[in-house]
Design a protein around this ligand. Structure first.
Ligand SMILES: N[C@@H](CCC(=O)N[C@@H](CS)C(=O)NCC(=O)O)C(=O)O
Length: 256
C-alpha cells in the first residue's frame, strides 16, 4: 500500500499531491497515477477516506482522484489532471500536438472516463447488480447512498448498459483502424493519456491477474464482466492493448 497521507495533512503541503481511492484498482485513480508515473513525476499519495468531509472542504467535491499542485486550484477531472502532468513534465508528451489528433484524443478520453462515458456507465451497471443481490441492511444502505452520487435509477442503468456496448464498439473499431495503419495506440503513433486511461478502465470488465493486481475475491467478482453481450463486445484487441500498455509503459504490480 502506498504511504498515504491524510487529506488534512496533505492540504498543508506544497508540491504535487494526488488524492487516491485505496483498496482496489479504482480506474480513475489508476489512470491519474499512470499519467504521473509515465512522466517520471513523484507525488505525495493522499488517502480518500470514506467520510470525505476534509476533501469536500478542500476541493468542493468528494471524488478521487484529485491532483493538487502548490496553491493552485486542485484538478478534479481527468483531462485537467492530464494537463497538469503535461505542464509539469512536457516529456514524454501524453497529449497529441496536431489539433485534429488532440480533439480525437480528448473525445476518446471523455468517452472512457467522463460522465455518461464507459467508466460512469459500467459503474451504474455494477451498482445495479449489487443492489439486486444485497439484502436490506447497512451494506445495502451504503451502496444506495453511493449510487445516488452517480444519479442511479433503473432507467439510468438500462441506458448505461447500452452505452457500455456502444463505447466498446467504438474503442475496438478505433484500435483496429490504428492497427491497420501500423499503430498500436489509440491516437497517432505514440502513447497518450487515452491509452493509459483505457488500460486502467479495462479493469472494470477484466481485472489484471492477481499476481500484478491483488484484489479481494468479492471486488474481483464485481469487476469481472460475465454478461454475454458485454463479453461479445469485449473484442480481444481491447485487452491486448491494455496488456501492452502495462507491459511497456505502466508500473506493475499495481499498488493501491
Ligand atoms: N473526477 C473524475 C471522476 C472520479 C470518480 O468518479 N471517482 C469515484 C470513483 S468510484 C470516487 O471517487 N468514488 C468514491 C466516492 O464517491 O466516495 C472525473 O470527472 O474525471
Amino acid at each position: 500500500m502506498p504511504d498515504y497521507v491524510p487529506v488534512k495533512e496533505a492540504r498543508a503541503l506544497s508540491g504535487l499531491r494526488l488524492v487516491l481511492t485505496p483498496g482496489g484498482p479504482g480506474p480513475w485513480s489508476e489512470a491519474a497515477k499512470g499519467f504521473f508515473q509515465v512522466k517520471g513525476l513523484s507525488y505525495v499519495p493522499v488517502l480518500q477516506d470514506p467520510d470525505n468531509a476534509a476533501l469536500r472542504e478542500w476541493t468542493g467535491q468528494t471524488l478521487a482522484p484529485v491532483a493538487a499542485y502548490d496553491a493552485e486550484p486542485p484538478a478534479v477531472a481527468l483531462s485537467d489532471i492530464l494537463w497538469l502532468a503535461e505542464r509539469l513534465a512536457p516529456d514524454p508528451p501524453l497529449v497529441p500536438e496536431p489539433s485534429a489528433e488532440r480533439a480525437t484524443h480528448f473525445g476518446l478520453l471523455r468517452e472512457i472516463t467522463g460522465q455518461q462515458g464507459f467508466g460512469w456507465s459500467r459503474r451504474l451497471v455494477m451498482l445495479g447488480e449489487n443492489l439486486k443481490r444485497q439484502p436490506d441492511g447497512p451494506g445495502r444502505d451504503w451502496t444506495l447512498a453511493f449510487a445516488e452520487k452517480f444519479r442511479f435509477t433503473e432507467a439510468a442503468v438500462a441506458h448505461a448498459r447500452r452505452r457500455v456496448l456502444e463505447i466498446l464498439g467504438h474503442l475496438s473499431d478505433r484500435l483496429r483502424d490504428q492497427a491497420a495503419r501500423g499503430s498500436r495506440y489509440f491516437v497517432g503513433d505514440a502513447l497518450t493519456g487515452a491509452d493509459i486511461a483505457w488500460a486502467a478502465f479495462a479493469a472494470m470488465l477484466a481485472p489484471l491477474p492477481h499476481e500484478i493486481c491483488p484484489m479481494s475475491r468479492g471486488l474481483r467478482r464485481m469487476y469481472t464482466a460475465t454478461e454475454p453481450d458485454v463479453l461479445a463486445a469485449l473484442d480481444p484487441i481491447l485487452l491486448e492493448h491494455r496488456d501492452a500498455m502495462y507491459r511497456d509503459h505502466l508500473a506493475t504490480p499495481l499498488d493501491f
